[in-house]
Design a protein around this ligand. Structure first.
Ligand SMILES: [Zn+2]
Length: 314
């Protein structure tokens, strides 16, 4: 510091003073009536963003575990002398989303991931699994699209008021500014997507390899098509139904002119509007996936429809 003497010390002290001055200024600014009136002018837009953020978080949690058997009772017999990775391996066995296998199974799983996923994680080739995966795909697509729309909506709100905000605040305290204006934190990561792993650990424990299958939008579409092609051959009413892929969802939105069938709002009214696809008669009440039974709803109407069904049940 400055008492050390020399130019370096003075310079550091200067930086320190500048930092303190800026922090006091920022503190004063965020507590000023001027800032509060700007905050007030966008209050309802900010709330709308936060509600969408909350909705996205709920959709992330909507994933139901499609696993039917777990591997808890597996017997581990590791007689190797070098078992450095033993502890890691035992932990992995307890995790039902991890399958420990031979190197040849791992290689096959890499070549034909979906086939091996179903085989080794004991997933059934039936309508229940298909519907569950379609539901995940529906929700995860909405999450991924919703995240983009939310960020773009937030940015447009910031752009509306940015000319009234001192540029020094935007340059040095963009995050703090967003927080003070009232935006909730947005989680843009993909960690909500389940991951199934094939893991190979050599008997000595010194070499290992891993193949991950992530349930992202692209892979979920592939699973839906894979299951659909297997189930279609079976004689049932379900055999006649459509597959709820990203492609079909886009087709329904286009058919409905990107307009919510309940409240009538459309993407031409609101550029960053999240639209979702809804089964008019829910699958749980015997509705099937057909063009007549599908409709476009805005996320708010779809959310309140879901809430109504829940209150009817309870
Ligand atoms: Zn609506």
């Amino acid at each position: 510091m400055f008492w050390v003497g020399g130019n370096d010390g003075n310079f550091l002290f200067f930086l320190f003073l500048t930092y303190i001055s800026y922090q006091s200024y920022a503190y004063y600014y965020f507590n000023s009536t001027k800032f509060f009136s700007i905050k007030n002018s966008v209050k309802s837009h900010v709330k709308n963003c936060n509600d969408l953020n909350e909705h996205i978080e709920e959709l992330k949690k909507s994933y139901v575990n499609i696993k039917s058997i777990d591997y808890d009772d597996i017997n581990l017999a590791d007689k190797s002398i070098y078992n450095m990775k033993r502890r890691m391996w035992s932990a992995a066995v307890k995790n039902h989303m991890t399958h420990n296998c031979s190197l040849s199974v791992l290689r096959n799983a890499r070549d034909q991931p979906i086939k091996y996923l179903f085989k080794y994680f004991d997933l059934r080739h039936d309508n229940y699994t298909l519907e569950t995966v379609e539901n995940m795909l529906n929700n995860f697509s909405a999450v991924e699209q919703g995240k983009k729309l939310l960020m773009s909506d937030r940015e447009s709100i910031v752009q509306k008021i940015i000319k009234n905000i001192p540029s020094i605040i935007i340059v040095f305290s963009k995050k703090r500014f967003e927080k003070n204006i009232g935006f909730d934190r947005v989680d843009l990561s993909n960690i909500y997507m389940p991951v199934y792993s094939f893991v190979y650990v050599s008997s000595g424990g010194n070499s290992s390899a891993k193949a991950d299958f992530i349930f992202n939008v692209e892979n979920l579409n592939k699973i839906v098509s894979y299951l659909g092609s297997l189930i279609k051959f079976r004689a049932s009413v379900y055999g006649q139904r459509l597959l709820m892929t990203s492609h079909l969802r886009e087709r329904i939105k286009r058919r409905d002119s990107y307009t919510c069938k309940t409240c009538g709002i459309s993407t031409s009214d609101e550029k960053n509007l999240l639209l979702e696809i809804d089964h008019k008669i829910p699958l749980s009440k015997g509705g099937i996936t057909s063009e007549e039974n599908l409709q476009t709803l805005c996320w708010k109407c779809n959310r309140s429809k879901g809430a109504k069904i829940l209150t009817k049940i309870s």
